[in-house]
Design a protein around this ligand. Structure first.
Ligand SMILES: *[C@@H]1O[C@H](CO)[C@@H](O)[C@H](O)[C@H]1NC(C)=O
Ligand SMILES: *[C@@H]1O[C@H](CO)[C@@H](O)[C@H](O)[C@H]1NC(C)=O
Ligand SMILES: *[C@@H]1O[C@H](CO)[C@@H](O)[C@H](O)[C@H]1NC(C)=O
Ligand SMILES: *[C@@H]1O[C@H](CO)[C@@H](O)[C@H](O)[C@H]1NC(C)=O
Ligand SMILES: *[C@@H]1O[C@H](CO)[C@@H](O)[C@H](O)[C@H]1NC(C)=O
Ligand SMILES: *[C@@H]1O[C@H](CO)[C@@H](O)[C@H](O)[C@H]1NC(C)=O
Ligand SMILES: *[C@@H]1O[C@H](CO)[C@@H](O)[C@H](O)[C@H]1NC(C)=O
Length: 838
């Protein structure tokens, strides 16, 4: 979000500030509350005037940094900094802990028996008047070995320092993705900064002082005292300045290793690693003007070993050699620290790209973030805080999504030997919500998500298709997944529910696969990864019952076929009828596409209006008007989907001949009756921001803003982490951080998908602009077809609108721009276009 140089300026400003702070401290003028020098003038940061509270407030006060592979939570203390570490793949459970682990699947020998049971269960459902069934326990398996993401211990950095401190401030700079702490103690000013660099795959914590010539003695130790249940690791001196930590996630379990190397500057600086008693070691730094610790970490997990060829072992090499190779270049010398920091900032800045949001916010640089959050009220709002939370969402995605695994229920920030819901991947809204805004704000972060699906769901999911569904093609999974290919249905135990047995998770995730292609027009990627994923899921559903959410999947198959390059005769020669191919593939036969089209035409599109005017959640009209359940699964077609939003009677023929207006009115009725996201079953943030996004989709600015602001008031911690439930001690769950940003965006620009590439694409500008945001602008929102849209508004009126195209765009695509119910302009996409529409 800013040039690398800016940070170097910030550092020099900071040392100026530190000098003046000494004078201030000497003259006992302190406790002036203001952002620190170097804090972004735009206000793009989170800051506090007190250190974070203890371990119990990890989710409330501590500040997150991460590069996707590694993550850390920084407490922001003075004499002893406590940094909690994460390695993305560090999980208990799976084949590492249970050699017989098989992803919760049936045995091959059970296939025919299970097929008969499945058949009987289906018959029972069809025969029952309300389409329900008491138990499907025969289809499920125990959850032994499901596991959990686990924390990777704590790094304690202790300065030999005592007495009172003053002028304390800590902050997270969202322009540059660096956490900083500064304070005055004794006669010295101290400054510490922590970041995780994607460029080096390492994290760094740098401490320095001004005032006297050197830092007090600084010691670094590694501790798991605050991670109950984690097996005791071995800490040793890898060399004279490097701690080596080796341990396991569980016992027995996945192995991990961390190398943490200390560097120091100053002519008399010494760094010594001292082995302590058994299995421990300490690094001490003396006489340094600055000291920093660089750590890398990894496990012996390897998603590439998650297939039948590798007996689903998920086991890779011992990470040691790779870490040794990694830590060298990642460790700055006194001369190179600034360049390593600058490289991190440049990388982050490039990822954040050209997208910009301005809500007309006025930064409050006098009030710490926790106080702004405390003062925040539903409907009253605070534009600056809302803008900040939007930026924080993008920061968190940038910091957690770019590893080898996607962002989990907590991004990549988890602690202890187990986490709520295992900090796993729930693909019945939560995983989807994590990525809602990624394409529209042009963030190149989604590939690890698709790699994860391809490597851990599809291989064992094809066995689940066989053993559980008696289906020989394609793959399936159910909606709660670990990193060990848990594709079966779940039975019993703490992390299970009937919802965990939902087999449409694969179809829903394919919306993201399709969207990535639609937004980027990256044909090479689509051929290589996107299309095979879509096809595998379509193959499964073609043989299974055809439920409602997968209408969009079949459309994606239809729309994506021309770009797929697919010549698979087995997929093509299902032979329902013949269909002419594109010239590129001359005379090939598109039978399976025809099969997709035939089944799509036959299927129930899931659109039924019930007795109280609601859009039915179930096939049978059994919804209760007082059901305020947290999920809005029947409204997926409103947001983020398009089956309701873009309902077209000509395409989605219903027996009742519903009109678009009728369907939208029914969805609105359902949404109203679903309540505001505080119900008997839950009070989480994600349900409120999903409701906000739906209200924006309905162009209802006031209810949109009510829900969005209600979520902010109720479900966000002082550090702006989203909380699963309201109140102290609430569980951190990251989805509402991402969903908040997406919902906010959905009030400003909507670019929903359409069923066919020959349809006109509608783009709605300021569809639900709340009164609180009378002026603002968006620059370079990327819409479908790879077009960049920029616009601004003043006094709640649109004042400019431009569309530009990179190459390659979806050439020839018709796009219609709307504002306040009127068409501004319809145009055809072409490479290099740059059109001012207003
Ligand atoms: C399972 O699939 C096979 C092959 O299509 C079929 O012959 C068999 O009848 C199926 N079993 C059941 C119980 O449907
Ligand atoms: C700070 O400096 C003053 C003046 O040099 C000195 O008297 C005092 O002892 C110092 N305090 C500490 C804690 O070092
Ligand atoms: C190593 O020793 C330090 C005290 O010097 C202690 O805080 C830390 O918990 C120990 N680490 C382990 C892994 O036992
Ligand atoms: C380094 O040590 C020497 C010898 O003790 C001393 O004269 C010098 O002042 C020290 N330099 C710094 C920067 O502390
Ligand atoms: C729907 O439209 C079709 C075709 O016009 C018509 O035959 C049918 O009766 C209509 N159904 C209802 C419920 O009105
Ligand atoms: C949310 O809904 C609950 C239950 O209907 C109600 O008590 C509460 O006042 C509502 N709050 C807001 C902010 O909408
Ligand atoms: C928004 O929805 C509320 C609640 O259903 C309704 O009272 C209000 O009229 C709607 N506003 C608009 C602009 O549609």
């Amino acid at each position: 979000m800013s040039e690398p140089l800016r940070l170097l300026d910030a550092v020099s400003m900071l040392s100026r500030r530190v000098n003046s702070a000494i004078v201030l401290a000497g003259s006992t003028i302190c406790a002036v509350v203001a952002v620190p020098p170097g804090f972004p003038a735009s206000g793009n940061g989170i800051w506090f005037t007190e250190p974070g509270r203890g371990f119990d407030f990890w989710a409330d006060d501590w500040l997150p940094v991460g590069n996707g592979y590694l993550a850390a939570m920084v407490n922001g203390q003075t004499a002893q900094e406590v940094t909690q570490l994460n390695i993305e793949s560090l999980w208990a459970g799976g084949p590492f802990q249970y050699p017989d682990y098989n992803g919760g699947n049936k045995m091959p020998s059970e296939q025919q028996t299970v097929a008969q049971e499945m058949q009987a269960i289906r018959q029972t459902i069809f025969d029952s008047p309300d389409g329900t069934i008491d138990s499907i326990v025969e289809l499920t398996n125990g959850i032994t070995g499901y596991g959990s993401h686990v924390g990777a211990g704590y790094l304690l950095a202790t300065l030999d320092l005592s007495g009172d401190f003053s002028d304390f401030v800590r902050w997270l700079d969202l322009d540059v993705a660096v956490q900083r702490t500064s304070w005055v103690q004794g006669n010295n000013s101290f400054f510490r900064e922590t970041f995780c660099s994607h460029a080096t795959r390492a994290c760094v914590q740098h401490t320095n002082t001004t005032g006297s010539s050197s830092l007090p003695v600084l010691t670094y130790v590694y501790s798991i005292d605050a991670e109950p249940g984690l097996p005791t690791p071995t800490v040793s001196c890898f060399d004279s300045s490097t701690l080596k930590i080796t341990g396991t996630a569980s016992s027995p379990g996945m192995a991990f290793e961390i190398l943490a190397r200390v560097s120091a500057s100053g002519t008399n600086a010494s760094v010594i690693c001292t082995p302590a008693d058994t299995n421990n070691a300490t690094i001490s730094v003396r006489g340094a003007s600055a000291s920093w610790i660089t750590w890398v970490g990894d496990t012996n997990y390897d998603a590439n070993a998650g297939d039948a060829t590798h007996a689903f072992s998920f086991k890779g090499a011992d990470p040691h050699d790779a870490l040794v190779a990694r830590i060298g270049p990642a460790t700055a010398t006194p001369e190179t620290y600034a360049s390593i920091l600058a490289a991190h900032i440049a990388d982050y800045s490039q990822l954040m790209g050209k997208f910009r949001l301005d809500l007309g916010q006025k930064p409050d640089l006098d009030t710490p973030t926790d106080q702004l959050r405390d003062a925040y009220q539903t409907d009253v709002g605070d534009t600056y805080l809302e803008w900040l939370l939007f930026n924080f969402g993008r920061y968190l995605l940038a910091s957690s999504a770019r590893g080898t695994l996607p962002a989990n229920l907590q991004g990549k920030w988890g602690k202890d030997a187990s986490n709520p819901w295992g900090a796993d991947y729930h693909a019945n809204i939560n995983l989807q919500m994590n990525y809602w805004f990624a394409e529209l704000t042009d963030m190149d972060v989604v590939k690890p998500l698709f790699d994860y699906i391809e490597k851990t769901w599809a291989p064992r999911g094809s066995l689940t298709a066989q053993y559980l569904y008696n289906i020989s093609e394609g793959w399936v999974t159910h909606d709660e997944m670990n990193i060990f290919g848990h594709t079966g249905m779940k039975q019993g135990g703490g992390t299970t529910s009937a919802a965990a047995d939902y087999p449409e998770a694969n179809a829903w995730m394919m919306v993201h696969v399709w969207d990535h292609f639609d937004f980027t027009q990256d044909t090479d990627w689509f051929k290589e990864q996107g299309w095979p994923l879509l096809k595998g899921v379509a193959q499964f559903h073609l043989q299974k019952l055809v439920p409602d959410v997968i209408w969009q999947l079949f459309n994606a198959i239809d729309k994506g076929f021309p770009a797929s390059g697919d010549m698979d005769i087995a997929f093509l020669n299902g032979m329902h009828s013949l269909f002419a191919c594109e010239s590129a593939r001359s005379s090939c036969v598109l039978a399976s596409l025809t099969e997709v089209r035939t089944k799509r035409a036959q299927m129930d599109k899931g659109i039924h209006i019930g007795s109280w005017g609601q859009l039915q959640e179930w096939k049978v009209d059994m919804d209760s008007p007082s059901d305020t359940h947290r999920h809005l699964s029947h409204l997926v077609g409103l947001y983020p989907g398009y089956a309701i939003t873009g309902y077209d009677p000509a395409v989605q023929q219903t027996r009742e001949n519903y009109t678009h207006e009728e369907v939208v009115a029914a969805a609105t009725t359902s949404l109203i009756h679903r309540g505001n996201g505080t119900g008997p079953d839950a009070d989480s943030g994600w349900e409120k921001v999903w409701r906000a996004a739906c209200w924006a989709q309905l162009a209802n600015a006031s209810v949109f803003y009510h829900e969005l602001s209600y979520a902010l008031e109720r479900n966000f911690a002082p550090n702006l982490f989203s909380l699963y439930s309201a109140g102290p001690g609430a569980i951190f769950q990251i989805d509402a951080n991402f969903g908040f940003a997406a919902a906010l965006l959905n009030s400003l620009i909507q670019a929903p998908d359409v069923a066919s590439t020959t349809d006109v694409y509608n783009v709605f500008i300021l569809p639900a602009l709340p009164a609180n945001w009378p002026s603002g602008s968006i620059q370079n929102a990327r819409i479908r077809g790879r077009l960049d849209v920029s616009f601004s508004w003043e006094k709640s009126a649109l004042t400019s609108l431009e569309v530009a195209a990179e190459s390659p765009v979806a050439v020839g695509r018709r796009i219609r721009f709307w504002h306040k119910g009127k068409i501004i302009r319809e145009l055809t996409a072409s490479p290099g276009m740059n059109v001012k529409l207003l």
